[in-house]
Design a protein around this ligand. Sequence first.
Ligand code: PLP
Length: 399
Amino acid sequence: MLDATKTAAARKLLTASTRSDVPPFMVMDVMAAAERIEAAGGHVIHMEVGQPAASAPRTALAAAHAALEQGRIDYTSALGIPSLRARIARHYRETYRCEVDPDRIVVTTGSSGAFILSFLALFEPGDRVAVTVPGYPPYRHILNALGCEPVLIETHSETRHALTGEALLAAHRKAPLKGVLVGSPANPTGTMMTREALTELIAVAESEGIRFISDEIYHGLDYAFPAVTAAELSPNAVVINSFSKYFCMTGWRVGWMVLPEPLVRPVERLQQNLAISVPTLSQIAAEAAFDGRDEMEAVKRGYEENRRILIEGLPRAGLVDFLPADGAFYLYADVSKFTADSFDFTKRMLAEAHVAATPGTDFDPARGKHFVRFSYARSADDMREAVRRITAWLGQISR
Ligand SMILES: Cc1ncc(COP(=O)(O)O)c(C=O)c1O
């Protein structure tokens, strides 16, 4: 054992780096409080977590079982199992009628792994990268941790919360941007970009030399109109997707990117060094998940029913103002009629009505205090019960 005094002195020097100082997710506090209620015997309706309640398709589970039976689970090539990359390319042909060369596809550790790889491959420390608010917080936190500067651009209801070319240009004129990242369907708003809006934004970005990243993790979960992939619009866009949401495989940690051809080799070298390869069992299961489409479509129909229950039920409860729930499984509701502090609102709704939801402040530090995100990825019975509880609770507090 080392000398105790020296070890204690060395521990004092163990301060974490500034770049690791990323904010926590407030929803974690909500989840911890929900757990305490459940430990005491209460029954909480979970609308805070952004993950499907269903399990991976049976085809994926069977493929994983078979691979385990066979025994060895080796590394794969850094870009991913070739047959999985080819299967993903086929997915683009079948779903979007878009030809993508399998050589441009990289398998990643969820879309989270794809953010790290693409940001490293595209940007230098200090580069300014535009992201939208409200938006998924890790975009800006990962950029910060990598030494880049996230530039937050607010989106508005008039444009269905889509980033416009005009807003992008305005930010670029203030100080040059190196990149821009958008998601559609979006988290937390559930809104989608139309084909026209996405086409215009990519055109503006490309004409200004701003690299374009499209987070398409909620593709497949589109209700208002079909989602459009940036891969169809430009070979220069970096497209990020995942098996986490539509395929119900969050914990398997597997996703993919469609890369512009010149970035494939740099990303391959990064992945070789950072991770060697993505977990093999998950890649095998992911490939087989494409054969479980019927199950996934049934899950999607369940979300559509949940969405209908909320769109009809929440206004009766008094929550009349929410963004168009175009896709994903989120509904972003304006609660300013009831509170100026959405964090306190969600805490009270959990404690008093046993409904857990996420305060908007997680996604939009300024305007989020007026919003709450409801996730509708659970059962229809849960949604009906949530509407009943919220109606009773809001009735009480606004009396
Ligand atoms: C918009 C968005 N992008 C990316 C992710 C990360 O997902 P994963 O790493 O599981 O693919 C999430 C997770 O909730 C998300 O909401």
